[in-house]
Every structure is written in structure tokens, then in C-alpha cells.
Design a protein around this ligand. Structure first.
Ligand code: GDP
Length: 196
């Protein structure tokens, strides 16, 4: 299978999953604000531009859907970052409901990738998210970001601690770095496998 960049194209932003076009299969990326989600989506597509779309004012709190070029029926969803303090109160109250609706009821959702900061995670909010996904039987896996920030002498211990914190086995977690490209090809493979 090819690990070449995913050819993603922006389809639409929506404030409720019912507004999204029907697809056969899609994967979603979610994580705490600043975890490195935009950088990672850009790295998957090998562009600096793509996730900027999701970060334009007015779109950061929306469900952003990208399609895979050449395939009409599969997609990738960039969900709003959680734990973002600077949103107006009304939006802060609304978004968990909107995300919960999407995660629980979107028929085409086949896998959620929960991003956890490799250097510091999981945070209590990450653990809460993982417990919620588990309790609701939403298929998910963990992607650790910013691997380059962990000294190589500390990596073994960090891998162990992060996995234990997420209540997962070490092998269940894909470690990535957008600074040096580690794990990006693996993640592309994984995304394509879920959308196959
Ligand atoms: P988002 O809020 O989750 O979309 O996070 P961003 O992609 O905007 O990244 C947040 C910050 O982390 C930025 O300053 C990025 O440059 C930095 N960052 C993202 N990925 C990496 C990485 O793999 N390594 C390092 N060292 N920094 C990263």
C-alpha cells in the first residue's frame, strides 16, 4: 500500500452532523487544543495549507470534512479541539453536544483517532475523552504527537507511561512527529486501511 501523501480536499464545515453529506466511510481526528492536530492533518496531506481551512475564524468550532481526491465516498473529519478556553460561553456549552452527536450517530464514522501530546499526555481531559469513547463503544485509537520533544533516552519510559495512562498496550499507539516525519507514513497507511 502506498504511503504517499493523502490527497485531501476540503468539502464543507458543519455545526451539526446532519448537515454533512452522506459518505460510505470516514475517519475523524480529535484532541485537546494545541495537541498538534492541524500540523498532523497537514503532514498527512503533505501541505502547510490544508488544516488552515479548519483554523479560519468561524471554522475552529465546526466539524470540518475533507474528501480523498479521486474517491467520492470516503472522508476525513477534523473535529474542534477540546479544552479550548477562549470560546464564548454559548459555543463552549454547545460543542460537546455537537461532537457527541457526531461521534454517536454518524453512520459512516469507522474510526476516531484521539491525539495525545507525546511529551506530556494523556491529560485528564484526554482520559475523559477515551473513557467516554470506550463507554459508548465508539471505535478509536490513540496517536501520540510531538515525539521529537521526548529525549531518546526517555522514549521507552514515555511510551510505557502514555500507554498506561490511556489504558492501552504500547503497540496500540502510533507515535508521530511532524517535525521529523516519524510515524506519518504509518498513520497514512492506517487511515487508508480504515477507509478501504
Ligand atoms: P492544534 O491546535 O491541535 O491544531 O495544534 P497545532 O498543529 O496548531 O500545533 C500546536 C503547536 O505545536 C504549534 O506550535 C506547532 O508548531 C507545535 N507542533 C505540532 N506538531 C509538532 C511536532 O510534531 N513536534 C513539535 N516539536 N512541535 C509540534
Amino acid at each position: 500500500m502506498s504511503a504517499s501523501p493523502l490527497r485531501l480536499r476540503f468539502i464543507t464545515s458543519a455545526s451539526a452532523f446532519e448537515q454533512l453529506p452522506e459518505l460510505r466511510a470516514e475517519v475523524a481526528f480529535v484532541g485537546r487544543s494545541n495537541v498538534g492536530k492541524s500540523s498532523l492533518v497537514n503532514a498527512l496531506a503533505n501541505t502547510r495549507q490544508l488544516a488552515r481551512v479548519s483554523n479560519t475564524p468561524g471554522r475552529t468550532q465546526l466539524i470540518n470534512l475533507f474528501g480523498l481526491d479521486g474517491r467520492d465516498d470516503v472522508g476525513l473529519v477534523d473535529l474542534p479541539g477540546y479544552g479550548y478556553a477562549k470560546v464564548p460561553g454559548r459555543i463552549r456549552r454547545d460543542w460537546p453536544e455537537m461532537i457527541e452527536g457526531y461521534l454517536l450517530e454518524r453512520d459512516s464514522l469507522v474510526q476516531v483517532f484521539v491525539l495525545v501530546d507525546g511529551a506530556i499526555g494523556p491529560t485528564p481531559l484526554d482520559v475523559q475523552m477515551l473513557e467516554w469513547l470506550r463507554a459508548n463503544q465508539v471505535p478509536h485509537s490513540v496517536v501520540a504527537t510531538k515525539m521529537d520533544k521526548v529525549k531518546s533516552s526517555r522514549r521507552d519510559a514515555r511510551r510505557r507511561d502514555l500507554a498506561a495512562g490511556c489504558d492501552l498496550e504500547r503497540g496500540d499507539i502510533v507515535w508521530t512527529s511532524t517535525s521529523n516525519g516519524a510515524g506519518i507514513a504509518d498513520l497514512r497507511h492506517l487511515v487508508l486501511a480504515h477507509l478501504a
